[in-house]
Design a protein around this ligand. Structure first.
Ligand code: SF4
Length: 391
């Protein structure tokens, strides 16, 4: 408890963090409200997605099995990994020997696994390609929000960090100029990369297709240009059909206030052609190999818990964080190793254990705003109350 208190107090004293949060928080909630006002069908889709996910959760092993069969039908490779170590072993086997250049799309699951750190320790050259996540990589910190990881980093701090990869970056550059420098830097990495790694916003059991949303365009480059693509997703992201997987991706994007998404990628297997004599060849302009790793990481155990199961309905839109009076002050410094804010209490209990989550839960005021704005209507106040009871 003492550790958490001192982390929170030093966050309150951190002028940069407070300024960054203040500047960003004032834009987050209005963007989501605007999206739901403009496209009210998103609210209906969110209700539908919750119902479908509940049905998937009751038959999770069946859906995992179906998803893996579907990935293989599309000439992909499918794996089920129970722990971070299993994921790392699978990824190491795929990547093989020698130092590789790896480009990564933002993925909270890979944060759970600490995959980037593992790959760098193995001697690979690894770059996060989401601008916010690249700033997190350069800062050595942790993502501060599910969708906008560098929400707490000011323009001045961003310039200081980007100088580490680009000596031409100057303190007085505008946000537009900083973005242009990153575009230039990463362009070469995308083209030369040996391996691309992504998460998934959704995966469809009936087809093995993964759905990925991006506004920067980095996900398309990370998943399309390298010859080998590895996509890692939590088993709770499985939806029965392409249609439902599409809906899940739309709902996440809408509630995050980034609607319509600039890019929605649907990837079902490696790129291929049958244009010469109708003979199928894999590896044309996109990936030559696609590997899909379904990650358990405590999720199936949590599905059996009468309180924690509901947190797995979470789409990681970050809407609850923007609404929380505590998170608005200190961001994800109020959280576990990966997740923070209202959603972070339940997720920390799932991936790190209730013992780790219980002291964090004690800081919740019980205002219930998180539940009101959540697309899945997750009863986070009850989950947090339950976790508090274990303190
Ligand atoms: S708990 Fe709900 S509001 Fe919070 S990130 Fe998850 S889906 Fe979004």
């Amino acid at each position: 408890m003492g550790d958490i208190l001192s982390t929170i107090f030093s966050a309150l004293d951190n002028g940069n963090l407070r300024t960054g949060l203040e500047r960003s928080v004032r834009n987050l909630a209005p963007a989501s409200i605007r999206a739901l006002d403009t496209w009210p069908y998103l609210v209906e889709l969110a209700e539908h997605v919750r119902k479908v996910k509940e049905e998937v959760f009751q038959n999770i092993d069946y859906y995992i099995d179906e998803t893996m069969k579907s990935v293989r039908r599309c000439a992909g490779h499918a794996y089920l990994a129970k722990s971070p170590d299993e994921v790392k072993r699978i990824v190491d086997d795929i990547i093989g020997d020698g130092r590789k250049l790896i480009v990564k799309a933002k993925s909270m699951v890979t944060e759970e696994i600490q995959l980037r750190e593992h790959l760098i320790a193995k001697g690979h050259e690894v770059y996060e390609t989401d601008l916010g996540e690249l700033l997190i990589q350069l800062s050595g910190g942790k993502p501060m929000h599910a969708i906008a990881p560098a929400i707490h980093i000011t323009k001045e701090e961003a310039a200081r960090l980007l100088k580490k990869i680009d000596p031409d970056v100057r303190d007085d550059m505008s946000i537009e100029e900083l973005t242009a420098r990153v575009r230039l830097f990463l362009r070469e990495k995308f083209i030369k990369a040996d391996v691309g790694i992504s998460g998934a916003n959704s995966i469809a059991a009936d087809s093995g297709a993964i759905f990925l949303i991006s506004n920067e365009g980095n996900i398309r480059n990370s998943t399309n240009l390298p010859p080998v693509l590895i996509s890692i997703t939590g088993v709770e992201k499985i939806m029965p059909t392409m249609k439902d997987a599409f809906f899940q991706a739309l709902v996440q994007s809408g509630y995050a206030g980034l609607y319509p998404p600039t890019y929605l990628s649907v990837i079902a297997g490696p790129s291929s052609t049958a244009d010469i004599e109708y003979h199928r060849v894999y590896g044309v302009h996109g990936a030559k190999e696609m590997h899909v790793i379904l990650y358990d990481g405590g999720r199936r155990k949590a599905l059996k818990d009468e309180h924690l199961w509901e947190q797995l309905l979470c789409l990681r839109c970050g809407r609850c964080q923007a609404e929380c009076p505590i998170w608005d002050l200190v961001g994800n410094t109020w959280g576990g190793r990966v997740y923070g804010g209202p959603m972070g209490i339940g997720w920390t209990a799932i991936i790190e254990g209730i013992d780790k989550a219980a002291p964090l839960a004690m800081f919740c005021l019980g205002c219930r705003k998180c539940r009101e704005v959540c697309p899945s209507k997750i009863d986070m106040p009850s989950i947090i109350r339950y976790i508090k009871s274990k303190f």
